[in-house]
Design a protein around this ligand. Structure first.
Ligand code: BDR
Ligand code: CA
Length: 310
């Protein structure tokens, strides 16, 4: 079992990442930390509690940073709605957050560990960067960071930048230069993880309350992705990170040097990936390239099936 901390800003695809991480035998989910991103911290934290409540997930949830390190805050209400998790009707959550700040939870959990914890950020990298700045000693305790963010191709928030990185480029800078083994699961990969009608049919067929909630999440996500980007099916970005841990063969990667632009006007927040090695720098990041889409959805569908109604 791989020990992970999932750092998320739920978010429709974050919600699915939580479900996959919490109910896959290959993964030991030590905790969920929340960060401002798709919506305000208040809303993303409530959403993490909602998802854990409907699914019966009992892991520590810690509230994290409510704003980026340097830049002005942005949110993605155009994609995730006013609640950050529009679509299904959620009752009052039955699980609460712990009393510790997410940044401290990350630091303390790593310090107590044997160096065998993987951090999985699926939102802006603020909590992770803050933890590294506050406690540089944890660097050697992190086995790996597998983050959803960035792109070597086009951006989705500006022509050059992907949302999670654009929402806190200075935090991404800290992480990219941390020396920790990194895997970047960018848009180039996640745009292959589309929830096409055949996928929706399979999840519908599970026919449990949780599966129906997942369908409602994906239907809302389909609608906004069509309206905003004209995509025929929505890319379900965040669970691709978890899928890689469960099944390392689910996508291919290339080890290259990656940096983030924090200076330019047009390309602020763009991840710059040196595929041809023209900078002659040591590769610092495994960049995700090709997804086995069927294998990916198999993992998600199996995990949803494992949730039994209470
Ligand atoms: C990323 O941005 C968010 O809207 C999604 O949850 C995902 O983490 C995709 O750019
Ligand atoms: Ca996210």
């Amino acid at each position: 079992q791989r020990k992970i901390i999932l750092d998320a800003d739920p978010g429709h695809d974050d919600a699915i990442a939580i479900l996959l991480a919490a109910n896959s035998p290959e993964i030991d989910l030590l905790g969920i930390t929340t960060v401002a991103g798709n919506q305000t911290l208040e809303k993303t934290t409530l959403n993490a509690r909602r998802v854990c409540s409907v699914a019966g997930i009992k892991v520590p949830i810690a509230r994290g940073m409510d704003r980026p390190m340097v830049r002005r805050q942005i949110i993605a209400a155009n994609i995730h709605g006013d609640s950050g998790l529009d679509g299904p009707a959620f009752g009052d959550p039955t699980v609460d957050v712990i009393g510790m700040h997410a940044v401290n939870f990350i630091i303390e959990t790593l310090r107590k560990s044997e160096g065998d914890i993987t951090l999985v950020p699926t939102g802006p990298l603020t909590n992770i960067a803050m933890a590294l700045q506050l406690a540089p000693d944890i660097r050697e305790k992190v086995q790996e960071i597998i983050f959803m963010g960035g792109a070597y191709g086009f951006g989705n928030t500006t022509p050059g930048a992907e949302f999670n990185i654009y929402a806190d480029p200075e935090a991404a800078k800290v992480v990219l230069h941390s020396g920790i083994p990194l895997t970047m699961v960018g848009l180039d990969l996640t745009h292959q993880a589309t929830a096409t009608p055949d996928v929706l049919e399979k999840i519908k067929a599970i026919d449990t309350p949780l599966a129906n909630t997942v369908v409602e999440l994906l239907e809302f996500f389909s609608k906004t992705y069509y309206e905003v980007f004209g995509f025929p099916a929505p890319p379900v970005h965040d669970p691709c990170t978890i899928a890689k841990i469960i099944d390392p063969g689910v996508f291919t990667t290339k080890h290259v040097y990656v940096d983030v632009d924090t200076k330019s006007e047009l390309n602020y927040g763009r991840t710059v990936c040196d595929f041809y090695g023209v900078l002659d720098k040591r590769p610092n990041c495994h960049v995700a390239i090709d997804l086995d889409k069927d294998r990916f959805w198999q993992l998600v569908i199996k995990a949803v099936e494992r949730y039994k109604p209470a």
